[in-house]
Design a protein around this ligand. Structure first.
Ligand code: KG4
Ligand code: ZN
Length: 389
């Protein structure tokens, strides 16, 4: 089964063509074509993702990236002309410029041999999500290919289950129940999956997401967006130096839930900086180090609680922050030392950030277990993984 996958929930525009085979016990994914463009540099000036700029960039880049992915996959065959039904398919695309870009695309390409389109329909920034959805819906209609909406967070879960192999990825099937710790720019939550695609949330942040806390601390340290990797790099230099006298609180560490709170930690960093009259590069490194330690410790404490309560067969971390080596190592050590019956899954470093491979893989797994694309799609900024399967 060949799938074209589209991801536009935040500041990455991505299109992938993959071929899936097998099912949730043994799936493999050949990556036939893959194109991704990050807008991070453009948003840096705003200190975060600016939704209307994200939308504009997605509209500019979606068609070229899709052409690139289809071309790599050998599925871009030129054919001039557009049929009345293809023209009709453009009806729901609102912006004139975007509509024209899709029309030109449809005019020049023969309907490719793909079986399904998978597109992120939430959570994320609604103007950004709508771009991907209206594009997918239009070309799906024009080519008569079903379009399946995928939850971005399910994508992050699936990405942690993919192991690189020659030409693509193989699913390493999790022993169920699977506990996922999702840590990204917009989310921080524990989700339990007792059976495939059926989710129960057992804890979440009450305020900032972990990635958001990294980004805010980065801003306090005058680092550009996205700050996570830069804070981590500063922290690494402090670790090399050895000694660090700064300690930040571990918010909500002792409460009896699997919930989190990170906004106080950011405030603690702010107060610390306000109290220092001259801030050297070395001070910044120590602050980044202390912040990263506090985040890691809270994630470990809460994961210990969640694992003790649920005793899952496997545990994974997913989302942009799962690229962080200190957090990865801390959580893997915890499971390997104290929860030896639980398997650990970590995403390949190439798949920690937003991408369309994870969306296509999730779409394939859903289709291979008999789930069908349903009705017209809507962008839902606050979409949540649920028990509905
Ligand atoms: O999943 P993602 O790419 O986008 C969302 O769905 O939100 O996550 C992006 C977040 C950003 O906040 C970024 O700063 C953070 O992931 N991030 C990191 C690291 N790499 C990315 N945070 C800490 N350490 C990293 N190495
Ligand atoms: Zn994400």
């Amino acid at each position: 089964m060949k799938i074209l996958a589209i991801e536009t929930s935040c500041d990455e525009t991505a299109a992938t063509v993959l071929e899936g085979s097998g099912d949730t016990s043994n799936a493999t994914f050949k990556i036939l074509g893959n194109a991704l463009l990050s807008q991070a540099d453009l948003h840096a000036a705003y200190g975060g993702v600016y939704p209307n700029l994200a939308k504009r960039e997605h509209q500019l880049n979606l068609v070229p990236l899709t052409i690139k992915a289809l071309t790599e996959a050998g599925l871009y065959k030129e054919e001039e002309g557009i049929t009345p039904s293809q023209e009709e398919a453009l009806h729901d695309v609102r912006e004139a410029g975007f509509k024209e870009a899709i029309r030109n695309f449809l005019y020049s390409v023969k309907a490719p041999e793909i079986d399904m389109i998978a597109v992120t329909h939430g959570p994320g920034l609604e103007p950004a999500l709508w771009t991907g959805i209206s594009f997918a819906a239009a070309i799906g209609k024009a080519w008569n290919i079903p379009v399946m909406g995928i939850d971005h967070m399910e994508g992050h879960i699936v990405s942690a289950l993919l192991e690189p192999m020659e030409g693509g990825y193989a699913l390493r099937p999790p022993k169920l129940p699977l506990l996922s710790l999702l840590i990204s720019g917009g989310h921080t939550e524990f989700v339990l999956m007792e059976e495939w695609f059926v989710y129960e949330r057992i804890g979440e942040t009450k305020d900032d997401a972990v990635g958001e806390a990294f980004d805010k601390v980065a801003r306090l340290l005058n680092l550009a967006y996205p700050g996570g990797p830069q804070v981590a790099a500063l922290a690494a230099r402090s670790r090399e130096r050895g000694k660090n006298n700064i300690i930040f609180p571990r918010p909500m560490a002792t409460d009896a839930t699997c919930d989190f709170s990170f906004s106080g930690l950011k405030t603690a960093v702010m107060y610390k900086l306000q109290k220092m009259d001259k801030i050297s590069e070395e001070d910044k490194e120590h602050i980044a180090h202390a912040f990263e330690d506090a985040v890691r410790d809270v994630l470990i404490i809460k994961t210990r609680r969640a694992l003790s309560e649920k005793m899952p067969g496997s545990f994974l971390i997913g989302g942009g922050v799962s690229a962080n080596d200190i957090i990865r190592r801390g959580l893997v050590d915890l499971v390997q030392k104290d929860f030896t019956d639980t398997e650990v899954h970590l995403p390949d470093k190439a798949l920690t950030g937003d991408n369309a491979i994870m969306i296509g893989a999730a779409g394939y797994l859903r289709a291979s277990s008999g789930r069908k694309p349903q009705g017209p799609l809507f962008a839902t900024g606050s979409l949540r993984l649920s028990k509905n399967g």
